[in-house]
Design a protein around this ligand. Structure first.
Ligand SMILES: CNc1ncnc2c1ncn2[C@@H]1O[C@H](COP(=O)(O)O)[C@@H](O)[C@H]1O
Length: 321
């Protein structure tokens, strides 16, 4: 939504200065002045999924290499906005294309290069370790391929990289436990593991399936970052809040009671306006759950104040950058 579009959609009151229009014009000026600065600003990336950050060109190249019909992939990639189900359909296609070690190493190198080119100086890159017996891939060998990609990128991309191992919501309890055990082993070998994430299609999986592995991760001293409330699922949301993880992601669909619990808990929230809009988890910036147009905005404001504004939030200009 450009500022001028906003301006056109507002009605002026004859004979009066329209404060909103003046504010919008001021914002346009600020944008012109500060956008280059926002682009050049050193950035900290706390919520990047490896296979969610692959270059579109690389995906298409991989599809062509495999003689896949690329029509569906091209159509999904062309869209600016994808609903959550479409997003997870894309992740399904990506999984088919990124099955071997060589590809995992390549995409890791490219993702780090791309973040470094955007002046990211620190990244916590998260990824779900995968087994693929058809190509002899184990969760460990998957992570080793990631590490090779990081090592290749390191000399040319000055960026501090830490890894978060993700549990995918499609996994069984045992598979989730394997990921945490692997995280323990890698940490012991000196890898910089920042924590354990729970992610994946929010329409899939039961909290009781992942809870044992997340509890185990906590016992082992790993911070937890959980994707929470991307769709309305009270059992999930309330169980996550009760676990008091170190971070929650998205929190788009909390009810007022859950917001109150979140505020009281002071758990930091990872919010990405770009992702929320692109996946249509929120209809517009104006109606964003951290915005001011909802009844619960006083809660959010209190939240921002109570955590000393340390929330990860892209402001309007940074969003445009
Ligand atoms: C839009 N919001 C989201 N909500 C939940 N999970 C998401 C996500 N975006 C990405 N992922 C998770 O990250 C995986 C890709 O990276 P890795 O294969 O792990 O490297 C996706 O398959 C999905 O499980």
């Amino acid at each position: 939504l450009s500022c001028s579009e906003t301006m056109q959609s507002r009605e002026s009151i004859p004979g009066m200065v329209n404060i909103d229009d003046a504010a919008v014009l001021a914002m346009e000026d600020l944008m012109t002045e500060y956008l280059p600065m926002c682009r050049a600003m050193p950035k900290l990336e706390l919520h990047a999924h490896l296979n969610g950050s692959i270059r579109a060109a690389t995906l298409l190249e991989l599809a062509r290499e495999r003689d896949e019909d690329c029509t569906e992939l091209e159509n999904i990639l062309k869209k600016d906005k994808r609903s959550l189900p479409e997003t997870f359909k894309l992740f399904g296609l990506i999984r088919i294309l990124t099955t071997d070690h060589r590809v995992i190493t390549r995409i890791t190198r490219e993702v780090i290069e791309d973040f470094a080119a955007e002046n990211t100086i620190y990244i916590e890159l998260r990824t779900a370790p995968k087994n693929n017996s058809a190509v002899g891939m184990t969760k460990r060998s998957y992570m080793e391929s990631v590490k090779v990609g990081l090592d290749i990128a390191a000399p040319v991309s000055p960026i501090h990289v830490r890894l978060i191992l993700s549990i995918d919501r499609r996994e069984t309890t045992e598979a989730a436990m394997d990921t945490v055990r692997l995280a323990c082993e890698l940490r012991k070998e000196g890898w910089d593991i920042a924590g354990i994430d729970l992610s994946g299609d929010p329409a899939i999986g039961e909290w009781t399936t992942f809870a044992p592995a997340l509890m185990f991760a906590r016992e082992q001293g790993f911070p937890l970052a959980l994707h929470c409330g991307e769709v309305r699922n009270s059992e999930d949301i309330r169980s996550m809040l009760a676990m008091r993880p170190e971070r929650l992601g998205h929190v788009c669909c909390l009810d007022n009671y859950e917001w109150e619990v979140l505020l009281a808990s002071r758990i930091p929230v990872e919010v990405c306006l770009t992702s929320n809009l692109a996946t249509q988890s929120v209809p517009s910036i104006e109606e964003h759950h951290l915005g001011h147009s909802r009844d619960w905005s006083p809660l959010i404001l209190r939240y921002l104040v109570s955590i000393g504004l340390s929330i990860v939030i892209d402001f309007y200009m940074i969003f445009r950058a």
